[in-house]
Structure formats: C-alpha cells, structure tokens
Write a protein that binds this ligand. Sequence first.
Ligand SMILES: Cc1cc2nc3c(=O)[nH]c(=O)nc-3n(C[C@H](O)[C@H](O)[C@H](O)COP(=O)(O)OP(=O)(O)OC[C@H]3O[C@@H](n4cnc5c(N)ncnc54)[C@H](O)[C@@H]3O)c2cc1C
Length: 515
Amino acid sequence: MTGARLHAARRERELAEATDGRTVDLLVVGLGVTGAGVALDAAARGLDVVAVDAHDLAFGTSRWSSKLVHGGLRYLANGQVGVAHESARERGLLMTRTAPHLTHALPMLLPLLPAVSPAQARLAWAGLAAGDLLRAAARTPREVLPRPRRLGRTETLAVAPGLRTAGLRGGLLSWDGQLEDDARLVVGLARTAASHGARVLTRTRVLRLDGATAEIRDETTGATGTVAARAVVNATGVWAGGLVPEVRLRPSRGTHLVLRASSVPGLRAAVMAPVPGTRNRFVLALPQPDGLVYVGLTDEPVEGDVPDVPEPSDAEVGFLLDVAGAAFERPLGRDDVVGAYAGLRPLLAAGGDSTADLSRRHAVVASDGPVVTVVGGKLTTYRQMAEDAVDLALGRSGLRAAPCRTRDLPLVGAAARARLAAVEAPARLVRRHGTEAPAVLAAALGAGLGEAGALAPVADGVPVTRAELLWGVTHEGALDVDDLLDRRTRVGLVPADRALAVPAAEEVLERARSL
Ligand SMILES: Cc1cc2nc3c(=O)[nH]c(=O)nc-3n(C[C@H](O)[C@H](O)[C@H](O)COP(=O)(O)OP(=O)(O)OC[C@H]3O[C@@H](n4cnc5c(N)ncnc54)[C@H](O)[C@@H]3O)c2cc1C
C-alpha cells in the first residue's frame, strides 16, 4: 500500500501542509496505541486528520507493556463483567480480523506447586472455565484459543522443563493472546491510518492547546508553528495532564526483566508464579520470539515529574527474580538479567488522596471547547477507546462523519492465518510484517543489499536483519538509530545486543539516504 509508506520526506511535506494556515478536522496528540488508534478510526471515517507525537511512534507506555492481548479474566474475578466482555471481544477482533499477523495464542501455565493450595487450584480452575465462556461469548473460535486443560506432572514438565519438581502436583493450562511486539502494533496502526490519508508526524510536540488550536514545535529543527483543527483528541497517556490540566494523573510503574531463554531452558508456556501472601497476583515468565523471556510485573507508585523513559528500581529487580525464581529448580540471579524496562500506568487522581485505577477501564473526558482526552484502558482495547473518543469529539465539535469502521478494517500486513501461512518469504519477516514480508525483502534487494546481506542477522546472536531495518526507514517512518533499534525492532531491550546492532542501523540509514 503506497499510502501506508511513512518516511522523512513525507513527514516534512505533511508537517508543512499541517501548519500552512488550513483548518483540519481532527488533531490527535500522542502516537501510542491510543492516539494511533484514534487517527485510524477518524481517517477511516473520512475525516481530515493530523496526528503528532513529540518523539516517535510508540515512544511512551505502549512499548513497555507485557505484550499480551488480554481476554479480561482478571476483570471478571473483580466482578467487572462489562470490562471483561469488552476485553475478550477486542482480543478476538485483533486475533481474527485486524491483526492476526501480529498476534498468536500463548499457553499460560499455573504450576501446582506447594505455594498453590488445593482450594486455590479449584478456584483458579473455575476462573479458567469462566475465561473460556468469555471467549465463547466473544465468538473467538477454539482454533484460535484452545480450551483450558488440567495437566499431569509429566505433561507440566514437558511444557516447562525447568520447573521446581519438589511437591509439583501438575498444572493448569489456559490460553490468551500474545503480541509479536507492542510497538509493531502501533506502527501498523499509524501506517494504516496514513493509508487512509492521516498525516502522521513524529518529532512534533504540542507545546500548548488553545481550544482546538495547537502551538507545535518541530523537534528536529526547533521551528514552531500552529495547527488549527475543528476538534482535538489528547491521547498523551501519562502526560495527558500537561496539555489539559484538569486531567490529573498519578502514574504507577510496572517493571519487566529481560532474560535469555537459556536461563529458563525449554520454556514453551508462560509460567505464572504466585506472589507470596496474595490470593490472585502472579509474576509471569513470558517466552518471547527472539530467544528471550520477559519476567514481570511490579506495581510501584511514582512521585514527582513523569519521566520520558522510566527506570526500573533495584528493589523491583530483586522482587521479580525472587518470585519467578521460586517456581524454577535453578534459582534466577542478577547474572540472568540481560535487560529491564518499566512502563507507567495512568492512575486518575480522583480528588484528595484517593486514586482510581484506570489501567483496566478507560476514560474519555471532554474539556471546555472541542478537546477530548482519552486515557487508561489497555493495548487490547485501543479500538473501542478510539471509537469512543472520536464519537465524543464529533459530538462536541459538530463535525459530521461516517460511522466507525474499524471492526472490519485489517491493519497493513494482516490476513487470515491460512493466507499468512502461505506467504512466500522468510518466516521471521512474515511473523513481523505479515503479507508485506515479500515486499520487505524485495525493497532490500532493490536497494542493493543482496539476499545474504538482507537476511543475515545483523550481528552474532542478534536475529534482526538489515531488510527489516531498511523497511523501518523507507516505510515505517524511522528517522534515526533509536527509532530503528528501540521501536521498529526491539534490539534495544538488551543493551549488549543493541551496541552490536548500532553499526548496521547506521549503515542502513546511510543507504536509505542515497536511494
Ligand atoms: C507495565 C505495563 C504493562 C502493560 N501490559 C499490557 C498488556 O500486556 N496488554 C495490554 O493490553 N495492555 C497492557 N498495558 C496497558 C497499555 O500498555 C497502555 O494502556 C497503553 O500502552 C497506553 O497507550 P497510550 O497510547 O494511551 O499512551 P502512550 O503509549 O504513553 O502514548 C502517549 C504518547 O504521547 C506522546 N506525547 C506526550 N506528550 C506529548 C505532547 N505534548 N505532544 C505530542 N506528543 C506527546 C508521547 O511521546 C507518547 O508516545 C500495560 C501497561 C503497563 C504500564
């Protein structure tokens, strides 16, 4: 799709258009999953959209998630039936229609170790059965997410061979959705929005909103300008209060560790390790595509200014190693940690000292004039959040547009699983680019990389290829090494690997400039 191509020259042209004195229909501020989803929703309804981010696509919380497409089981346990159903429905849409190429079923294993009493195991099983009913109610087929099963001891160890064996009675196996990568979902949304005509502008910061007029700064040059719009959606996540002061947020930090798969050998399912002293809290060891395992998650209040990139604390690293390590025969130590990352959940300050957890629900808040803030929710529910935000923005501004179309709108690269399986291209490229994989390779060959140069790992033990990096520059709007290594690919999650990949990223940027 030519219209889905994002690159530096298009950014420059469209930034000039956006600030040339015209009035566009909708300005979207923030290009995380929420803002990119809003841009797609609005552009697909036929609105004239400008969508900006101060940094890059997926610069904020959206790249620091657990990379799960949740079915909503946890919310059911809290009696939030509506939220649970919404989550299960949106999971089903992502996995079957909008992004089958970026999602797959992930087996989740609760090992029945002595820390899980028989009564807790019965309760957990009842929960998994309810989760399967949610799946059925959301009409997600069993071929996409199989039914939960009780496993015997031997089967449990086959799925997770490193588990502690003393007292192991078996396991409970269920299925949820997993993303290939969270930042890739955002890139897919932004490019699909661009294919419907949205101007997607990174390195474009909104300094101030005055009604629906925004003062912006091009962060590549420092030049300022004005974008005039009929309506604005503020989708700046934990930074939302910086533009709309009446939205008051108090973030809470969630940290993950990154381990090599060799630290927990043979792991074929996500392992749920119970947090001691709690009834329904777990630390998860989540196997990932590129020979990595993520271990998360913490929940720590953050005081003071919201940082651009949050840092995990030493105490969080220790907590995660202790809780996850208790489930495995070989203890996990600091030497196993090859990376760590943290993201911020928005907690809505509800007045006084109390807070309301927005990490489950989302809020769409109208301010004076045609400015709507959308905050909270999940990656999983981005589509519904976008629909609600655009509906409210239309209502507030008097703009007219077609009804929401995104339930049936596949992202670039999406196709049914059978079609994806038949795409003739290297499996790695299909996994990350879906039906675009042959075009990714063709572009690299066309740029003179040669097949070996295009598809070889960029460094020993770093599976990313030059073909992906080049596509990142020519089609996915990457402007520098950081965009390539920290957002279009996720090499940056392991700092030692990142250092090895920098020369390839620099070489590819240079090559793209000469095309
Ligand atoms: C630790 C953690 C784990 C999670 N795991 C999961 C999970 O497994 N599955 C799931 O479904 N959900 C998960 N979530 C929830 C999910 O990650 C978030 O709900 C979602 O990413 C929020 O996206 P967003 O677009 O609203 O915000 P963000 O991704 O933070 O995007 C906001 C953007 O606004 C930009 N911005 C800020 N100020 C300005 C400005 N003035 N001008 C222009 N741009 C600006 C920022 O650069 C940023 O890119 C998790 C959340 C956390 C914290």
